[in-house]
Design a protein around this ligand. Structure first.
Ligand code: IMP
Length: 421
């Protein structure tokens, strides 16, 4: 069984924990898009691991992990993550592969990311400033530098020089310090030395894995509503977290995929700017933020919190053919008097059940809520039937609305705090 785990909202749904649980059944875990903008948190016993680039499956000591061709890799961030894992006694040697086709995040990508945000002023995206957008721009502009380029000094030097020459023209325009191509080349040559043992043709490797009947788990980053095509453009990331990204980002065909699991929090959050109709800006939002520790795993920024938006999740279900939902952080809503879910929007006096493509229209949408009676306590519960009746009503309403089963319910950060139905 080859599964895909992806975010059904705006990212930060708790994918790390779900991937960690489902990795148990997989031989190989592969990340297919995004970069170190992601922050996947996994808690095992009293240790907390935050992964940015390396698939969360790495925490299972007998699993192979792959950073697929669709990922953009910042070598500095990768090496830092590798060291942090080693400090926590997780060894990645002989268990991690990096696609030679993946693109490299370069120092100028991060600076360009920051400049773009400054230029946008109040209209800024609120990016993680990890250089993700500019790196994908270079990829699609066909001037990107790929992991395989690290293996040839001549090619690497040549490409860095060509790109830095162009970037420096922009630096002059923006009146900021120019980049030194030789210095970048020297630094990336050092990275090449540290990365070389991980570099593989992962496209052939992954297809071989599937052909030999072994199982693959695709690990998505960010979330469906941040997808560059289907999300709330332009307030999106620059990759495809939805199902299509899994194929272009690994080189596996649709035939290799058997099941899509969407991860959905019991409420909604969003980091960065962009419309968010069910956002709670008052006390309730703050309560959710504190109880749910809703602060970015990558940037530490407070996340915007709101009620669960089922219109948005239903859209994600449609886009990726989600068959199972993993519902996370249900316990964060414990002890609330009422719990609401957004079941439609009101737009210019009429009720709609879709997300308008035009951002200005979406920004005007007001949430239409269904209210549920709150429940007392869900954490520490491992049997579905032991959940409070009110929580079960909430869950079963969501299942009916989405037409998808909720197969996994997470009621706390630890592996044990999970109900499998
Ligand atoms: P970028 O991916 O850094 O370019 O940021 C674009 C948008 O995606 C911003 O709103 C970010 O806050 C958001 N974003 C990027 N990565 C994540 C993530 O892992 N979780 C949640 N939001 C993210």
């Amino acid at each position: 069984m080859n599964r895909l785990v992806l975010g059904a909202q705006w990212g930060d749904e708790g994918k790390g924990k779900i991937v960690d649980i489902l990795s148990e059944d997989a031989d190989v875990i592969v990340r297919y898009q995004g970069g170190s903008n992601a922050g996947h948190t996994v808690c095992i016993e009293d240790k907390k691991y935050i992964l940015h680039l390396i698939p969360s499956g790495i925490l299972h000591k007998d699993k192979i992990c792959v950073i697929g061709n669709g990922v953009v890799i910042d070598p500095a961030s990768f090496l830092e993550e590798k060291r942090a894992l080693e400090e926590l006694s997780v060894n990645i040697e002989n268990r991690l592969m990096i696609s030679e086709k993946a693109h490299l995040v370069m120092p100028y990508h991060k600076v360009l990311d920051e400049i773009k945000e400054l230029q946008l002023g109040d209209g800024k995206i609120g990016t993680t400033k990890k250089g993700i957008g500019p790196c994908y721009v270079d990829k699609y502009n066909r001037v990107g530098i790929r992991v395989c380029d690290l293996l040839s000094n001549d090619i690497l030097k040549d490409k860095i020089h060509t790109n830095v020459e162009q970037v420096n023209k922009l630096c002059d325009l923006y009146k900021i310090e120019r980049f030194d191509a030789d210095k970048i080349f020297k630094q990336y040559k050092e990275y090449a030395y540290e990365l070389k043992d991980y570099i593989r043709n992962t496209v052939y490797y992954l297809n071989g894995v599937v052909k030999n009947g072994k199982s693959v788990l695709f690990e998505g980053a960010q979330g469906s509503l941040l997808d560059v095509d289907f999300g709330t453009y332009p307030y999106v990331t620059s990759s495809s977290p939805t199902v299509g990204g899994a194929f272009t980002g690994t080189g596996l065909s649709y035939k290799a995929l058997n099941n899509v699991v969407g991860v959905m929090k019991a409420y909604a959050t969003r980091v960065g700017n962009g419309p968010f109709p069910s956002e709670l800006t008052g006390e309730t939002g703050e309560e959710i933020r504190q109880k749910g520790a809703e602060f970015g795993a990558t940037t530490g920024r407070p996340r915007r919190c709101g009620w669960l938006d089922l219109v948005a999740v239903k859209y994600a279900v449609m886009l990726s053919g989600i068959e199972d939902i993993a519902l996370t952080k249900l316990d964060v809503l414990d002890e609330m008097e009422d719990v609401k879910v957004c079941v439609g929007y009101e737009y210019e006096g009429r009720k709609i059940g879709y997300i308008p493509s035009q951002l200005e229209e979406f920004a005007k949408c007001q949430p239409v809520y269904k209210t549920f009676k709150g429940w007392n306590k869900t954490n520490d519960i491992s049997q579905y039937s032991d959940l409070p009746k009110e929580a079960r009503m909430y869950i079963e309403y969501i299942e009916n609305f989405l037409g998808v089963r909720i197969s996994i319910i997470s009621t706390g950060a630890k592996r044990e705090e999970t109900i499998i139905r």
